[in-house]
Write a protein that binds this ligand. Structure first.
Ligand code: PAF
Length: 288
């Protein structure tokens, strides 16, 4: 089935008018890969109608980031959506999403300045602004996001709670290549050698997870040992951060600690910024 393609607000409203039952939105910036397809399948399982948005949001890219060269593969994206039974692809141009320079935007607050936000100032403000606009335009019952962008997911959950946005937020697990590399639209920038170095990110997370019985410090030390090696590989990994954080607030976890945590890592290989994370549990999970 070929999805309806809506490029304008009027086309989206017309496609939306015929919808019955629950509607799920999967917001994307296109360049769809198996990770996105798993989000779409999760949406398909949960809702009668699935909308995928494809919009490379200029507001969430900083100066010197890869907005201009971000992969744009719309024809393939529509094919992937058709194969997954998507009903509507919302693909607005910049003039549809931002007819004027926005004056009022979402502020991500202190949480948006931590971890990934500290290396990409303004990123989470731009991301939350477009997600809220997409929610208001598409009016979904639920929206599905990847756990690969753990801080993004936590920030969206927080926005929805703080601003009473009536959308259920669903997280879907990270999809990895057989060798552990987390799928990302940016992986296509990597040369074979750069990809070899990039594997250190997922290896570091695994090493950290294997050390969980030793507590937070042991986890970070084990992960750091892997990343230190990659820093002197050819090509090298330039580490942005390795942190063990509270999954809800992204504040760093001091040892000793019992409860859920996220081990998050980001770095640059060549010109490519990559992130990855792994959820961890210290001690026995609390019964609810
Ligand atoms: O994860 C992404 O692709 C983007 O940050 C999102 C959620 C589509 C907003 O532009």
């Amino acid at each position: 089935m070929t999805p309806v393609i809506a490029e304008t607000r009027a086309e989206l409203a017309a496609a939306r008018a015929g919808v019955r039952g629950t509607l799920a939105l999967v917001p994307t910036m296109g360049a769809l890969h198996e990770g996105h397809r798993s989000l779409i399948r999760e949406a398909r399982r949960r809702a009668d109608t699935v909308v995928v948005s494809v919009f490379v949001n200029p507001l969430q890219f900083g100066p010197g980031e890869d907005f201009d060269r971000y992969p744009r593969t719309f024809a393939e994206d529509v094919e992937a959506c058709a194969a997954e039974g998507v009903d509507i692809v919302f693909a607005p141009g910049r003039e549809v999403m931002y007819p004027e320079e926005p004056q009022v935007t979402v502020k991500s607050g202190p949480m948006g300045e931590r971890v990934e936000g500290a290396t990409r100032p303004g990123h989470f403000d731009g991301m939350l602004t477009v997600v809220l606009k997409l929610f208001l335009l598409v009016r979904p019952d639920l929206a599905v996001f990847g756990e690969k962008d753990a801080q993004q997911l936590a920030m969206i959950r927080r926005m929805v709670a703080d601003l009473n946005v009536p959308v259920e937020i669903v997280g879907a697990p990270t999809v990895r290549e057989a060798d552990g590399l987390a799928l990302s639209s940016r992986n296509r920038y990597l040369s074979a050698d750069e990809r070899g170095t990039a594997l250190a990110l997922s290896r570091a997370l695994r090493a950290g997870a294997d050390a969980v019985a030793g507590g937070p410090d042991a986890v970070v030390d084990a992960a750091r040992a892997v990343l230190d090696k990659a820093a002197s590989a050819e090509p090298p990994l330039h580490l942005d951060y390795l942190v063990l954080v509270d999954p809800g607030t992204f504040t760093e976890i001091p040892g000793p600690y019992e409860g859920p945590a996220v081990l998050a890592v980001a770095g640059r290989v060549g010109a490519t910024h990559l992130i990855d994370n792994l959820p961890l549990q210290f001690g026995t999970p609390k019964e609810h």
